[in-house]
Structures are given as structure tokens and as C-alpha cells.
Design a protein around this ligand. Structure first.
Ligand SMILES: Nc1ncnc2c1ncn2[C@@H]1O[C@H](COP(=O)(O)OP(=O)(O)OP(=O)(O)O)[C@@H](O)[C@H]1O
Ligand SMILES: [Mg+2]
Length: 274
């Protein structure tokens, strides 16, 4: 296998459903592409409001076809407006945790093909803490936990972080507050979360900022476009650009852990240690 350059892999997760994980994944990916990065967004959720719907795409092939040997990874990738590429969701995505040795090899090989041409892989995960969600999150280098001001969002985020820490030894997480009415509200949510994590867990939580509540996001969803593209001057779009600028400055691991094929390897080999 030829060596490739490091790729930043960011899993977008949150425990709770409906906190905005998919909107964050789509807009962050688009903002990163606008900032000149080569971005692939992998849809790891089979839910209804998923990435292709938000971007108005109709993928014809998916990972299941790749694993069946019926196409190449290039045939699966869908170009989205804004210059990013998408790996669409499929039942194949969900079952990546239980592949045969041959399928492992195929997948790793396929991803190493695109690694040359890629800076950042964003993975949109499903709600909850299923085995599939955990395996995607564990395999990533950066975990972006999305929270919002709904009663169970903080407790669900805490449950997710606790599971990943206790059962899988993960100790570094980034937190993004979504749908905030003020910047202070986002900081307060983060403070609430750290109150419990500091008491019970030995982990590093880093606050990366907030995305304001913005009706424009819903308008963009209706237009099947990322808000950063459809309404670039909206307050949410500006917040996404700021977030993308921050992420661009995150260090990328140059160790083997930072290479894309190792992400795929960790993903498919992720042992269920529980
Ligand atoms: N910043 C925002 N301002 C206003 N509405 C938002 C914002 N972010 C997301 N939403 C809305 O919140 C709803 C849920 O968003 P989204 O589908 O991205 O959440 P999710 O966490 O991916 O959900 P699921 O767990 O079902 O996958 C959508 O209707 C979306 O338009
Ligand atoms: Mg979603």
C-alpha cells in the first residue's frame, strides 16, 4: 500500500437526536471546502434527514456496491455544490463493523485511493450510542460533540462521553453548542457539561464555540442547500466560517494514526470491548 499524507478525520456526534449533527456536518464541510480544503463528508447515518437530502443529491451507488466489488470508490463519491464530495449512507455503512477480512481489505484499499486527494474527512453519525456510532467515533481523531439547549442534550452528551471514556479509553473531545440564543448560552451549556465530566471523568473537553439559532438554517434546508452557500451572510453561516477557520488550525497527526487507511482499519477492526 502506498504511503499517503495525513488526513484530519472529524466525527460529528452528540448522543441526542435532532441537535443538528447533520446540519453541522454539511455546513462545516462546505465551509472547510470554501476555505480551500479538500473535504469528503461521509454519511454514517441512515436516518431520514440525512446528508443527501440536505444537499439535494440522489446517489446511485453506495458502500454496499463497493464491498460487492461492483464499483470503485470514485463511483460512490458524489460531488456536492461547494466543492466537497460525499460518501452516501447505505445499509453497508451501518454494517461496517462486521465485515469479512476480504471486505476489510477492499475498503482500506478503496479509501487509500482517495487519501492522496483529501485533507479532511467529516463523518456525520446517527443519534444515540449504538455500536455503529461508537465505532465511527472511536476511529476518528477528532470528536465534535454537538449539544443544544434541550433538556436531555447535556445528559445524552455526557452519557456518550462517559461510554467512550470508560469503555474505550477516549479522553479528548471538542464541544460545539448549536441553536444558541446568545454566545453566553453556549458557554453556559459547556459549563454545565464540564461540571459533570470534571467530577466523574478524567478527560479533556474543549469548547469550540457556538452556532446561533437561525431561521435561515431551516430555509436553507428547504432549498436543499447548505446555509453557508445559500445565505452566506446569515449569522449561522458566519459562525460556521469562523468554526472552519478554527478547525483549519487544529494540528493534524503525522503519526500513522493520522492516515486515512488507519481510520478505516480502526473502523472495521474496532473490537467491542464492552
Ligand atoms: N443553527 C440552527 N438554527 C435553527 N435550526 C437549526 C439549526 N441547526 C439545526 N437546525 C434544525 O434542527 C433540526 C435538526 O437538525 P439535524 O437534522 O441536523 O439534526 P441531527 O442531530 O442530525 O438529527 P438526527 O439525530 O435525527 O440525525 C432541523 O430541522 C434543522 O433545520
Ligand atoms: Mg442527522
Amino acid at each position: 500500500m502506498k504511503p499517503t499524507h495525513p488526513v484530519q478525520v472529524i466525527a460529528v456526534t452528540g448522543g441526542k437526536g435532532g441537535v443538528g449533527k447533520t446540519n453541522v456536518s454539511v455546513n462545516l464541510s462546505t465551509a472547510l471546502a470554501q476555505a480551500g480544503k479538500r473535504v469528503v463528508l461521509m454519511d454514517a447515518d441512515l436516518g431520514l434527514a440525512n446528508v443527501d437530502v440536505l444537499l439535494g443529491l440522489k446517489p446511485r451507488r453506495n458502500i454496499a456496491d463497493l464491498l460487492a466489488g461492483e464499483c470503485e470508490i470514485a463511483d460512490i463519491l458524489v460531488e456536492a455544490p461547494g466543492g466537497l464530495r460525499i460518501v452516501p449512507a447505505s445499509s453497508g455503512t451501518q454494517s461496517l463493523v462486521s465485515l469479512s477480512a476480504h471486505e476489510h481489505a477492499e475498503l482500506i484499499h478503496a479509501f487509500s485511493d482517495i487519501a492522496d486527494d483529501l485533507d479532511i474527512l467529516v463523518v456525520d453519525t446517527a443519534a444515540g450510542i449504538s455500536e455503529s456510532v461508537v465505532s465511527f467515533v472511536r476511529a476518528a481523531q477528532e470528536v465534535l460533540v454537538v449539544v443544544c439547549d434541550e433538556p436531555t442534550s447535556i445528559t445524552d452528551a455526557y452519557a456518550l462521553i462517559k461510554l467512550l471514556n470508560r469503555d474505550y479509553g477516549m479522553n479528548r473531545f471538542r464541544v460545539l453548542a448549536n441553536m444558541v440564543r446568545s454566545e453566553q448560552e453556549g458557554r453556559n451549556m459547556f459549563a454545565k457539561l464540564t461540571t459533570v465530566t470534571d467530577r466523574f471523568l478524567d478527560i479533556a473537553l474543549q469548547y469550540v464555540g457556538s452556532i446561533p439559532y437561525d431561521e435561515t438554517v431551516r430555509k436553507a434546508v428547504q432549498k436543499q442547500q447548505p446555509v453557508v452557500k445559500a445565505f452566506p451572510r446569515s449569522k449561522s453561516a458566519l459562525a460556521y466560517s469562523k468554526l472552519a477557520q478554527k478547525i483549519v488550525s487544529w494540528p493534524v497527526m503525522s503519526t500513522p494514526r493520522g492516515h486515512l487507511e488507519f481510520f478505516v482499519e480502526r473502523l472495521v477492526r474496532a473490537p467491542n470491548l464492552r
